[in-house]
Write a new protein. Structure first.
Length: 247
């Protein structure tokens, strides 16, 4: 009897659900291509296409044309030097790197917003002029943080000889800026590794002198490195060094 009642209730629930589903309107989404009515429609369509293209490569632009590359690599070196495999977690490191990137790039983005984005939104200037204005603050930031040797490498390959900073082509500046950021991050990473390497050598020598060769040195060195890092206020010093590098 209980089983029959259960199946009856289940059948009744299914019928009610079907009735409710039939009574609810189902939205319809459609995409269409219509004939342009004038040159303005064509221009707007091309601008939308260009905007969608920029949005699709926005992560790459954020990573490669800002301070994010240097910051996240330095944090990765810190985690490797300490010996903590997943601490801090990747989400924390990426989040902190993003916020520090926004902090470093704040003046550049403010100038870009004032001179390019806001006039474009109010239709004071056209898209081409806004794009040209937007390149200026980014170019100044990247030139300031690019090694001259790296920049000359790409300029000489392309046969370019710009007379001023404003004449530097972005196609040559961006790869030069990227390898300069990688070089700086690796230099900072070397200085980070040195004190922790010394701690590992001291602890390994001490364990061998006491005959404790079966005890892995990392078991003792990890707490010691964490203690030294905390006592030295490592995060404060590290972030201060990174920010001062972009002053």
């Amino acid at each position: 009897m209980n089983r029959r009642l259960f199946w009856c209730l289940l059948l009744l629930l299914g019928v009610c659900s079907l009735a409710v589903a039939q009574s609810l309107p189902v939205p319809k989404v459609s995409l269409g291509v219509e004939t342009a009515k004038g040159s303005d429609d064509v221009s707007s369509s091309l601008q939308i296409l260009a905007l969608l293209t920029v949005l699709s490569i926005a992560p790459a632009i954020l990573i490669l044309t800002t301070a994010f590359t240097r910051i996240v690599i330095i944090f990765s070196f810190v985690r490797s030097a300490i010996g903590a495999q997943n601490i801090p977690p990747n989400q924390v490191m990426i989040g902190l790197s993003l916020f520090l990137t926004f902090f470093v790039m704040g003046p550049t983005y403010k100038e870009l917003n004032t001179n390019a984005l806001q006039p474009l939104m109010t239709k004071e200037i056209k898209f081409d002029e806004a794009l040209e204005r937007a390149q200026k603050p980014l170019r100044n930031f990247m030139v300031k943080n690019t090694y001259e040797k790296d920049l000359l490498l790409f300029l000489n390959i392309r046969g370019e000889k710009p007379q001023s900073r404003e004449e530097v082509d972005m196609m040559s500046l961006i790869p030069a800026f990227i390898i300069s950021e990688l070089k700086t991050a690796f230099i900072v990473g070397f200085y980070i590794f040195v004190p922790f390497l010394i701690i590992d050598m001291i602890i390994a020598s001490g364990l061998m002198s006491m005959g404790m060769m079966m005890l892995p040195p990392t078991v003792v060195s990890l707490p010691a490195k964490l203690l030294v890092f905390v006592l030295a206020d490592g995060w404060h010093m590290l972030v201060q060094t990174i920010l001062q590098g972009y002053r």
